[in-house]
Ligand binder design. Structure first.
Ligand code: XMP
Length: 319
């Protein structure tokens, strides 16, 4: 792809100009954006880059292992793996306001990055996989209504006190362009095709406040749903699919007994850039199968609903 080969060369030059001989820290989230950012910056400045994978406790099932192995084994890019789950989960306990949750998470990521920067003798730059849509949805449009829809944690969620300068080589790109760049950089195709995953992770898929127990339930439901989507050959036609664990319990019946457990909502959308989206029109047989498996296999969920809201008026994530 000529365009991306050109972009790559240009971006590498810009990164070198910005960074000089200083050190850069790059947080990996497991998503395509941060991975492409890391590989690009590594190509530009090699060992001046330290990649950090923060396990926030808000990741999907087996996600940490997958990211760590991709970087250490496939790329041979050194990676610091920080387990910060206790800190994140404790800080989020009792917090149910979506923007507050986002701010707390954004702040904690910065704390961890700053600690790590210190432990490598200081770093002047923090690299992030911010994309163009993240920028426009977080800042108010010039001349438009002054309203923030969500503080994407890698944009509006950063605290003022942060003393590192940002390196954001993907800031002008849309998701499809980042994927093209990822292919250009040789990232494995299943990795490049991964559904987007938000920086604040599963915390914003547990409306009403999180706990370790809720996160575990959500992780299981999400994994089953995605497994069914892959088996049905639908993963690549869907922009993003995930489960949401609602803070609502309902009555059910299992065998001879009464149950009183949580409701799980399933979401799937098609989209080109995440700015607008249509809910995915599943075959009812598919939904029935996924719901039955979730209710049978996940202790703590006894009802499944499907979200039929497009964007607008809904957003893709629930918070
Ligand atoms: P919404 O929910 O605003 O999401 O319709 C649009 C796209 O952005 C993702 N998203 C985020 N990505 N940090 C990210 O890196 C965030 O804080 C964040 N919030 C939402 C969302 O998953 C969807 O793909």
């Amino acid at each position: 792809d000529w365009t991306m080969a050109h972009f790559r060369a240009d971006a590498i030059k810009k990164i070198r100009d910005q960074v000089g001989d200083k050190k850069v820290i790059c947080g990996l989230s497991g998503g395509v954006d941060s991975s492409v950012t890391a590989v690009l910056i590594h190509e530009a400045i090699g060992e001046q880059l330290t990649c950090i994978y923060v396990d926030s406790g808000l990741m999907r099932l087996n996600e940490s292992e997958q990211v760590v192995s991709l970087f250490r084994e496939h790329y041979n890019i050194p990676l610091v793996h920080v387990d910060a789950s206790e800190i994140f989960i404790t800080a989020l306990e009792g917090q149910s306001d979506p923007e507050r949750k986002r701010k707390i998470i954004g702040g904690l990521f910065i704390d961890v990055f700053e600690d790590e920067a210190e432990s490598i003798g200081g770093a002047d730059f923090l690299a992030q996989g911010t994309l163009y849509p993240d920028v426009i949805e977080s800042v108010s449009f010039t001349g438009g209504p002054s309203v923030t829809i969500k503080s994407h944690h890698n944009v509006g969620g950063l605290p003022e006190r942060m003393n590192m300068e940002l390196v954001e080589p993907l800031r002008e790109l849309f998701k499809d362009e980042v994927r093209a760049l990822g292919r250009e950089l040789g990232l494995p195709s299943d990795f490049v095709g991964r559904h987007p995953f938000p920086g604040p992770g599963l915390a914003i898929r547990c409306p009403g406040g999180i706990s370790r127990e809720k996160l575990d339930i959500l992780r299981q439901a999400d994994a089953i749903y995605l497994d069914e989507i892959r088996k049905a050959g639908l993963y690549d036609v869907i922009w993003q699919a995930f489960a949401v664990l609602l803070p609502v319990q309902t009555v059910g019946v299992m065998g001879d007994g009464r149950t009183y457990e949580s409701v799980c909502a399933l979401r799937a959308v098609t989209s080109v850039d995440g700015m607008t989206a249509d809910f995915y029109h599943f075959d009812m047989n598919f939904l029935s199968k996924a719901a039955t498996r979730i209710i049978n296999e996940v202790k703590g969920i006894n009802r499944v609903v499907y979200d039929v809201t497009s964007k607008p008026p809904g957003t893709i994530e629930w918070e």
